[in-house]
Structures are given as C-alpha cells and as structure tokens.
Design a protein around this ligand. Structure first.
Ligand SMILES: [Zn+2]
Ligand SMILES: [Zn+2]
Length: 268
C-alpha cells in the first residue's frame, strides 16, 4: 500500500511540462492518500537554464483550487522546493511566509549562486573538497533558515561532476553528515528519502541507507518519501524499495504535513 509522494514537479517548474491534472489522475490510479506538489523556487542561481522560480501568484491558487476539488479522494499538499543558500535567509522568510504552504523542501541546488550541476562548481576541487563543500552548505542553510519541513536529497551531489565525483567517501564526510543530522533532530526537522537516484543510474535513493539509519538511530523520526517526478509516470516509483528498507531498520511511521505541522502515518 502506498501512502504518499512528497516530491513532485508540475508544469509550474521550469524543468517539467507535466500537467497537474495528469499528476492527480496518476496519484489516484496508484491509490495514494497524499501527494505534495513541490515546484522549484531557485533564487539567485547562475544556471545554464532559464528561470526556475515558480510563478507563485498563479501556482498557489491553482494548487489550492485542486486541493479543494479533490479533497474527498486525494489529499493534495501545497509544497515548494526551495533552493536554499547561505545568504537567502531573509528572502526565504519573506516568500515562504507569504503563502499557506503545507510542506517546504530545503534543497541545495547552488552554492554561492553556482549551480552544482555545472562543471564550474567542481572546477579546482578534488572529489572530497566538492563533497565537503556541499555538506558545509547544507549545514549553513539549516542555520540560515529553520522553518522548512525536511532536507531533500541530502547526498545527491554524487549525481554531478562526472564519473570522477560519483564515488563519495562517506567516512571522510561523516563529521559533517553527523552534524547535519544532529542539528535537524534538535530542530525537529526531517529528511526526505528521494528515489530519483534509481532513475539517474545511481541505483540508490538519496540519502544513502547509512545516513537514513543514522538519522533514525540518533532519534530522528521525521521521514518523507519523494519520487522527484517530473513526469506523471515517475510518481511513487521505486517506493516499495524504500518501504522494505524502512521496515528492515524498524521505522514504523512516515510523516505527513499540513500547514507545515507534522503528523505521522503508519507504514503498514
Ligand atoms: Zn532538488
Ligand atoms: Zn525536485
């Protein structure tokens, strides 16, 4: 039984053309109870693509309308994927307080305005330097802005930089990872398990199993699962792998968000 998909992009994101109606239809076909639409808001990012800033003035009323229309069959969450950076605290407060979001993903897509999917980010950095800088930035972001729901795709930097950067030496990054997890738990914030890694040839979810285990071992309880779908057919893809894994480590609940308040739903 599938419960929810908490990371889905629609035509309101610069990198998706999927219609909200198709997303909702697919979610119902899959029997999902909840779906969070989390379109991109990447402010002050030097990227090789156009605007990745969701048009909130149109997006928010549209999601709220669909939420109301479908409330008997599917719980649609007004979400957003906010591309956080160390200098964007005030901007995040302004934008995220202006609308009634249910759920806020805090993501690192750029560091000091440089898109981490570009070679420019990796230039002059060893794999360890590139990976450590990425985790340092996650930590900076958490300290800059705390009113998010979960940190998304926590170690997905391995997706970028080419084959030299694909392998992460977790041991050498573990001090930062541990600091991030402890800080999140102390703030009552969660982590997302993002299954897009299976579709990007990494054969794993983000973050890796050891990070999820450590978050849970340290007392973290706020976990969501997201496909990061940019097409309806990818909604809830590979979720059974996550459910099996969570069950194997003793996790019994996943999180649900309403107006940014967390509640818990039984996995089985
Ligand atoms: Zn993302
Ligand atoms: Zn995303």
């Amino acid at each position: 039984m599938l419960i929810s998909d908490y990371h889905v992009h629609s035509e309101f994101s610069g990198d998706s053309i999927e219609k909200l109606e198709s997303i909702i239809k697919r979610a119902k076909e899959l029997g999902l109870q909840e779906i969070a639409i989390t379109d991109h808001y990447d402010y002050d990012m030097k990227a090789n693509h156009e605007d990745f800033i969701v048009d909130l003035k149109n997006y928010v009323p549209k999601i709220l309308e669909l939420k109301d229309m479908n409330k008997k069959e599917l719980d649609i969450k007004l979400g957003i994927e906010f591309g956080m950076q160390g200098h964007l605290g005030d901007h995040a407060r302004k934008i995220l307080n202006a609308y009634p979001f249910d759920y806020v993903l805090s993501s690192v897509h750029s560091i000091e305005t440089i898109d981490i999917s570009l070679p420019e980010y990796f230039k002059g950095k060893t794999p360890l330097e590139a990976h450590r800088r990425y985790f340092e930035s996650v930590l900076e972001n958490i300290n800059t802005y705390d009113d998010f729901s979960v940190c998304s795709h926590l170690d997905f930097v391995t997706r970028y930089g080419g084959s030299d950067y694909r392998h992460m030496d977790y041991k050498k990054n573990w001090d930062l990872i541990e600091a991030i997890l402890k800080k999140l738990i102390s703030m009552n914030r969660g982590i997302e398990i993002n299954t897009s890694g299976f579709r990007y040839g990494e054969n794993r979810f983000y973050p890796c199993e050891d990070i999820v285990k450590e978050y849970y071992r340290l007392g973290g309880e706020i976990l969501t699962i997201g496909s990061d779908a940019h097409r309806a057919e990818h909604i809830a893809m590979d979720f059974s792998k996550v459910y099996d894994f969570l069950e194997s480590i003793g996790v019994k609940y996943i999180s649900s968000f309403n107006k940014r308040e967390v509640t818990f739903k039984k996995l089985k």
